[in-house]
Design a protein around this ligand. Structure first.
Ligand code: C2E
Ligand code: MG
Ligand code: MG
Length: 569
C-alpha cells in the first residue's frame, strides 16, 4: 500500500472543529478555507514532483504518489538516511543532489515545517545522464572514437596531481610520418580511414590502464599508469608502436605505408602541468623525427635548451637571406698535371650581425630540415653562376647541392634559369652532390641527374669515402669527378689504410674516366703523396683558402704571372 493517503491529511493546516456554532459569515469563511485546503491537497497529490512531510522520528506523515513511486520501497530508516535527512536535521547542509545506490539521481530540497521536514525531490537521472553524455562527447574524437586532447589533458592533470591510486608514469606522443602527403595526394577520405586504422593498432598495443587519445590531426597520445619499470616500459611500448604502425595499411584496396615516431616524457613529482609534460614528449618526438631512423626518443632537459637554440637560429636564418647576410667564397681547384687552376668551389658564408661568422656545417643541416635550403640554395646557384660568368672561359664553378634540393622538382628550372640569366656556359657549371642524393628510392634523383647531364652541366660526387661509398652509385651514373674526403687525405700522413683507400679510389676514377680530387690538401708533403697515389686534382689551403669573389681576378692574374716567370727561367 502506498504511504500517501488522505487519512493523514488531517495533519495539514488547522482543522475546523464544530465546538461552537458558526455564524453564516463564519460558515462561508470556513467553506472557503476548506475549499483552499482541498485545492492545496489536490495540487500536492498531483504535482509531478515527489513531496513528503516526514516527522522527527522518520514517520511519513504525508506523501504524494510520485514520492511513493520513487521511495515507497525504502524502509523509513533507510529513506531518512538516503535523503540525508538526519544529517540535515543535525544542522548539515541541504543535500542538493543525491544519487541513490540504484543509480537514480534526485535534486533534493529539505525545508523545516514545524517539527517536520518537508521533502521535495525531483528525479533528474535523465538530465544527469544526458549531461554526462554531452561531456563524454566533448571529450571524444569522433573520427577514431578515442579520447581527444581535452580528455587527455584532464586525465593527465588528475593523474599528475595523484588524485587516485594510480599516477602518470610516462606520456608518449606519436606522430605519423608523411601523413600530410597521403592526405594531399590520396584525399581526405583515405586519410580519415587510415587514421581509424592507426587508432585501432594503437589501441591494440596498450594495456587497459593506459589512457589513449588523438591529440591533433595525426598525433596520438598515451598515458602509462602501470607499475612497470620506467623508462623500460615506455621504450618497449614505443618500439612496439613504431614497428606496428609502420606495417602497411590496406585502405579501399590501396596499400599505404606510413612510418611513426614516438616521443616519451617521464613526469617527475614536481611535474604537475599537463601541458608541460605533453610539450616535453613533443620535443622528444621532434628529436626522434629529426634523427631519421631513431623511431623514438626519451625527453631530456637538454633537448629543450637545444630546441630553443635551434628555433632562434631558424629565426635568424629566415632573416639572413632578406638582409643579404650571405656571401659566397671560392676555393681554387688545382690540376696536378697542368699545374693550373681549373675551377673554384663556391662555399657559403653567413656573416650574422649577432653571431659573427657562422660555419655552413652549423647551419646547412637546419636549413635542410626546415626546407629553407630551397631559397638559400637558389640564391647560391644564381650568385655563383653570375659571378663565375666574369671569370676566364676555361675556369669552372662548383656548387654544392644538398639531397633535400634534389627532392624538389624545381631544381632543374632554377639551374636552367640561373644559367640563362648569367650567360654562363653549362659545361662550366659543376654540381657537387653527396651519396645521400643517390639513396632516394624512387630514382627521381637519377632522372634529374641525367637531365642535367643532357644540358651539359657536370656532376661530381663529394666527400667520397665518408658515406655509404657504394660502388653501385658510380656505375648507376657517370660522374665527372670524385672528390675524396679530406679525412683520408689528412690521415695519409700516418695511416696506411687511408692511403690505400685514396689509391684505390684514384685507380677506380682513372678506369672509369673520372677526375679524382683530393680535398683538404694543406702541405707539400700531402700534395706529393696524393700525386703519387694517382689523384688528378687537389683542393686545399696549400693552394688557397676560399677567396671572396673580388679576389679571384687578382688570384688568377698572379698565377699567370708566376707561370710566365717559371717559363722564362
Ligand atoms: P665541402 O663541400 O666538402 O667543402 C669543403 C670544405 O672543406 C669547406 O668547408 C672548405 O673551406 C674546407 N677546406 C678546404 N680546404 C681545406 C683544408 O686544406 N683544410 C681544412 N681543414 N679544411 C679545408 P666549409 O666552407 O666550412 O664548408 C663545409 C661544408 O658545408 C661543405 O663541405 C659543404 O658540404 C657545405 N656547404 C658549403 N657551402 C654550401 C652550399 O652552398 N650549399 C650546400 N648545400 N652545402 C654547402
Ligand atoms: Mg663540396
Ligand atoms: Mg667535400
Amino acid at each position: 500500500m502506498g504511504i500517501g493517503s488522505f487519512a493523514r491529511s488531517t495533519e495539514i493546516g488547522p482543522i475546523a472543529t464544530a465546538a461552537a456554532l458558526p455564524s453564516s459569515g463564519q460558515q462561508a469563511a470556513a467553506a472557503t478555507a476548506e475549499r483552499g485546503r482541498e485545492l492545496t491537497l489536490a495540487a500536492f497529490m498531483n504535482v509531478e514532483v515527489a513531496l513528503a512531510m516526514i516527522g522527527p522520528d522518520g514517520t511519513i506523515h504525508l506523501s504524494n504518489p510520485v514520492f511513493d513511486r520513487a521511495f515507497g520501497m525504502l524502509p523509513p530508516d533507510e529513506l531518512q538516511q538516503q535523503l540525508q535527512i538526519e544529517a540535515w536535521r543535525r544542522g548539515g547542509d541541504d543535500p542538493g543532489e543525491v544519487t541513490l545506490p540504484d543509480g537514480r539521481t534526485f535534486a533534493l530540497r529539505l525545508r523545516r515545517l514545524g517539527q517536520d521536514c518537508f521533502v521535495r525531490a525531483q528525479d533528474i537521472t535523465d538530465q544527469v545522464a544526458s549531461l554526462a553524455h554531452q561531456a563524454q562527447l566533448a571529450r571524444t574524437d569522433r573520427l577514431t572514437e578515442l579520447g581527444n586532447r581535452l580528455m587527455f589533458c584532464e586525465r593527465l592533470e588528475a593523474l599528475l596531481r595523484g588524485d587516485g591510486e594510480v599516477s602518470a608514469r610516462a606520456v608518449l606522443t606519436i606522430d605519423l610520418n608523411r601523413f600530410k602527403a597521403i592526405n594531399d595526394t590520396l584525399g581526405r577520405e583515405i586519410g580519415d580511414a587510415l587514421l581509424g586504422l592507426v587508432a585501432k593498432r594503437i589501441r591494440s598495443a596498450v594495456t587497459q590502464d593506459d589512457v589513449v587519445a588523438r591529440l591533433d590531426s595525426d598525433e596520438f597520445g598515451i598515458i602509462q599508469t602501470g607499475t612497470g619499470p620506467q623508462p623500460e616500459t615506455a621504450t618497449s611500448q614505443a618500439k612496439r608502436l613504431v614497428d606496428l604502425l609502420s606495417r602497411p595499411y590496406l585502405v579501399e584496396g590501396q596499400l599505404i605505408n606510413v612510418g611513426a615516431a614516438v616521443g616519451i616524457a617521464l613526469p617527475g613529482d614536481q611535474d604537475t602541468d599537463p601541458d608541460v609534460v605533453i610539450k616535453n614528449a613533443d620535443i622528444a618526438l621532434n628529436r626522434a623525427k629529426q634523427e631519421r631512423h631513431a623511431g623514438y626518443r626519451v625527453f631530456e632537459s637538454q633537448m629543450d635548451v637545444t630546441m630553443r637554440a635551434r628555433r632562434m637560429l631558424e629565426t635568424d636564418l629566415r632573416r639572413a637571406l632578406a638582409l643579404r647576410e650571405f656571401a659566397l667564397v671560392y676555393q681554387p681547384q688545382f690540376d696536378l698535371a697542368t699545374r693550373r687552376i681549373v675551377g673554384f668551389e663556391a662555399l657559403l658564408r653567413w656573416h650574422s650581425p649577432t653571431r659573427g661568422a657562422v660555419s655552413p656545417l652549423d647551419f646547412i643541416p637546419l636549413t635542410e630540415e626546415t626546407g629553407m635550403i630551397g631559397p638559400i640554395g637558389d640564391w647560391v646557384l644564381r650568385t655563383a653562376c653570375r659571378e663565375a660568368a666574369n671569370w676566364p672561359d676555361d675556369i669552372s664553378v662548383a656548387v654544392n647541392i644538398s639531397a633535400v634540393q634534389f627532392e624538389n622538382r624545381g631544381l632543374l628550372t632554377t639551374i636552367v634559369s640561373a644559367l640563362a640569366e648569367s650567360g654562363l656556359e653549362p659545361r662550366r657549371l659543376e654540381l657537387e652532390i653527396t651519396e645521400s642524393v643517390m639513396l632516394d628510392a624512387h630514382g627521381t634523383a637519377l632522372g634529374l641527374l641525367q637531365q642535367l647531364r643532357a644540358i651539359g652541366v657536370r656532376v661530381s660526387l663529394d666527400d667520397f669515402g665518408t658515406g655509404y661509398s657504394s660502388l653501385g652509385y658510380l656505375r648507376s651514373f657517370p660522374f665527372d669527378k670524385i672528390k675524396i674526403d679530406q679525412s683520408f687525405v689528412r690521415d695519409t700522413n700516418n695511416d696506411r689504410s687511408s692511403r690505400a683507400i685514396v689509391r684505390a679510389i684514384a685507380a677506380l676514377g682513372h678506369n672509369l674516366g673520372m677526375t679524382t680530387v683530393a680535398e683538404g690538401v694543406e702541405t707539400e708533403e700531402q700534395m706529393t703523396r696524393v700525386t703519387e697515389d694517382g689523384c688528378t686534382e687537389i683542393q686545399g689551403y696549400l693552394i688557397s683558402r676560399p677567396l671572396p669573389a673580388d679576389q679571384i681576378g687578382p688570384f688568377l692574374a698572379n698565377q699567370d704571372a708566376a707561370a710566365t716567370r717559371t717559363a722564362a727561367e
